[in-house]
Ligand binder design. Structure first.
Ligand code: NAD
Length: 260
């Protein structure tokens, strides 16, 4: 379905981003991977995608807390792979703390990566997409872009910002063949959430699996984790022709979290 298209997925060395990169590669798209991690493991992931799907896969380890690095990732993709058709702004981090004690450097880092990087990437990609009359921007926001939880102020602020920025992007791009949407996942069992499960297990004296069940019970009525593959399928759908008129919206994939 996406043969000849080029997709950039930020934060695709693990978790949701990696599943999304694989999902696009499975549809024939060439992929630019990005993220942090062990060089040998990343190379194994990159070459595995090429081998499994017969596409070109490159890796750029840019630290996306820096705006110029985000723009460099997009520009480098166009130089290396010839174009950019789909941008998935996925890279994100979390930190939990009461507002009064929230470390300023953590606040700045979360806003830089979870929100400002979405702006920089979009600003760099839009001219290419508009020029070719086709493009897809998929922002991985969160249920925390729609509702809040205590002790996640920076994350909630950033993700609400992403939802608003997605709407602005959609309006500015309307009629150009470029769409912009935000996917809002509930709990997905990745490294980002495993840390929170471990914290809960310690604070409540539960084993890891009991803590995972408690985490779900608090927010996610389905009592099941969303899988990275389900989110990848949603991102691929948003890149399809069937989704050409879906723009400026949020798609919650959250087991009922935000229906309460
Ligand atoms: P993860 O920790 O598994 O993956 C995060 C990715 O971002 C990794 O590839 C990591 O290397 C990369 N990254 C971190 N700092 C970076 C930096 N400075 N520059 C470039 N890349 C960087 O987490 P995940 O759960 O897969 O999260 C992916 C996205 O999904 C995030 O935006 C997160 O907020 C969002 N999300 C996750 C959940 C969940 O329950 N896991 C729910 C809703 C939204």
């Amino acid at each position: 379905m996406l043969k000849g298209k080029v997709v950039v997925v930020t934060g695709s060395t693990s978790g949701i981003g990696l599943a999304i990169a694989r999902g696009f590669a499975a549809q024939g798209a060439d992929v630019m991977l990005n993220g942090l991690g062990d060089a040998a493991e990343i190379e194994a992931v990159r070459s595995g995608i090429e081998r499994d799907h017969g596409v070109r896969a490159f890796f750029d380890g840019a630290d996306l807390t820096r705006g110029d690095a985000v723009r460099g990732l997009v520009d480098g993709t166009v130089r290396t792979l010839g174009r950019i058709d789909i941008l998935v702004n996925n890279a994100g981090i979390q930190h939990t703390s009461p507002i009064e004690e929230f470390p300023v450097d953590k606040w700045d880092r979360i806003i830089a990566l979870n929100l400002s990087a979405v702006f920089h990437g979009t600003a760099a990609a839009l001219p290419h997409m508009k020029k070719q009359g086709w493009g897809r921007i998929v922002n991985i926001a969160s249920t925390h872009g729609l509702v809040a939880s205590p002790f996640k102020s920076a994350y909630v602020a950033a993700k609400h910002g992403v939802v608003g920025f997605t709407k602005s992007t959609a309006l500015e791009a309307a009629g150009t063949g470029v769409t912009a949407n935000a996917i809002c996942p509930g709990w997905v069992r990745t490294a980002l959430v495993e840390t929170q499960i471990t914290a809960l297990s310690k604070s409540k004296g539960l084993d890891q699996e009991a803590a995972a069940r408690e985490l779900l019970a608090e927010k996610q009525p389905s009592l099941e984790f969303v899988t990275p593959e389900q989110l990848a399928a949603m991102a691929v759908y948003l890149a399809s022709d069937a989704a050409a008129q879906i723009t400026g919206t949020t798609l919650a994939v959250d087991g009922g979290w935000t229906a309460r």
